[in-house]
Write a protein that binds this ligand. Structure first.
Ligand code: GUN
Length: 292
């Protein structure tokens, strides 16, 4: 192995420790606990797992959380009513609507409704718009891209002037990651299913963010020697040696890529833990902003 491993679990723990300390200080000063409201619609097992992990993190860091689990058939009107009441609530500082929503619901309208001061996921059009504009700052940066860039910075990877390739253009990861990298003066290429000669484009990358959701799609010979590889993918791969019958792997073939890259994040234990750490950071920030 030539690549240096970027330990997301450790770095996430450090971020969480910093948040826990700031939360304890606020509570001592007499402020209410920063509190996150999570909204889960329907019964997707993966979404329920993510929401539970977010709630557990709140408890571990001394923060508050309130959980709303709504039936899959809920109407747009009912969901919007809940968001409006959470916007008004003095007890809630951050609002997180777990995505994806069931297909009959209008996700854009729901995200647009979340008060910008409580938009700890950073998905409201105002936050994303600010991220996309020069000289403007979003109130909150989407958690997974925020965590990905934080890992690069902690590893000492130079972003300014680097050729960065973002694989995937999702609203949750790819597009905000690309905007963040542009803001940090990288030269950014965003690739997707219709990109021609994907391996050739990826080979130009000093920094690769892989967020395409395809099991081990990026091969070792796609990687530029010495590149920093951030693997956002979480895919399950059949593995008879595991009790569950599967194991988690990323969008990058780790065994091949680690022989070529300069830096690489593992799956699990790379970007995954950072998403929740950054959500906790954003929720603390929301409480601080609302105090002002
Ligand atoms: N679904 C997958 N990732 C995320 C995330 O970061 N936030 C929300 N709200 N939903 C998601």
């Amino acid at each position: 192995m030539t690549a240096q491993l970027i330990d997301g679990k450790l770095i996430a723990q450090q971020v969480r420790a910093g948040v826990a300390e700031a939360v304890a200080r606020r509570v001592l000063e007499g402020f209410a606990k920063p509190t996150l409201a999570t909204v889960l619609v329907g019964d997707r097992v993966d979404s329920a797992t993510y929401v539970n992990a977010k709630q557990k993190a709140c408890a571990e860091l001394g923060m508050g959380s309130v959980s709303y689990h709504l039936p899959a058939e809920i109407s747009q009107e009912e969901l919007e009513k809940l968001i409006k009441s959470l916007n008004r609530s003095k007890k809630v500082h951050g609002i997180l609507v777990q995505l994806p929503l069931p297909s009959h619901l209008n996700e854009e309208r729901v995200l647009q409704l979340i008060s910008i001061e409580k938009d700890v996921d950073g998905f409201s059009p105002i936050n994303i718009g600010r991220l996309a504009q020069k000289g403007r700052e979003p109130l909150f940066v989407p958690c997974t891209p925020f965590g990905s860039i934080y890992l690069l910075e902690q590893a000492g990877v130079k972003i300014e002037g680097a050729n960065a390739v973002v694989l995937g253009r999702s609203n949750i990861v790819g597009m905000p990651a690309a905007l963040l990298l542009i803001g940090k003066n990288a030269t950014v290429t965003v690739c997707h299913s219709r990109t021609k000669d994907l391996p050739g484009v990826v080979r130009q990358a000093d920094i690769l963010i892989a967020a395409i959701g395809k099991t081990e799609m990026v091969r070792g010979d796609w990687i530029k020697p010495g590149a920093a590889v951030i693997d956002v993918g979480i895919n399950s791969k059949p593995d008879a040696s595991k009790k569950s019958g599967y194991r988690l792997v990323g969008d990058v073939n780790f065994d091949e890529a680690k022989e070529v890259a300069g830096f690489i994040t593992p799956v699990p234990g790379g970007v995954g833990p950072m998403t929740i750490a950054m959500l906790m950071k954003n929720t603390l920030r929301a409480a601080e902003l609302q105090q002002k």
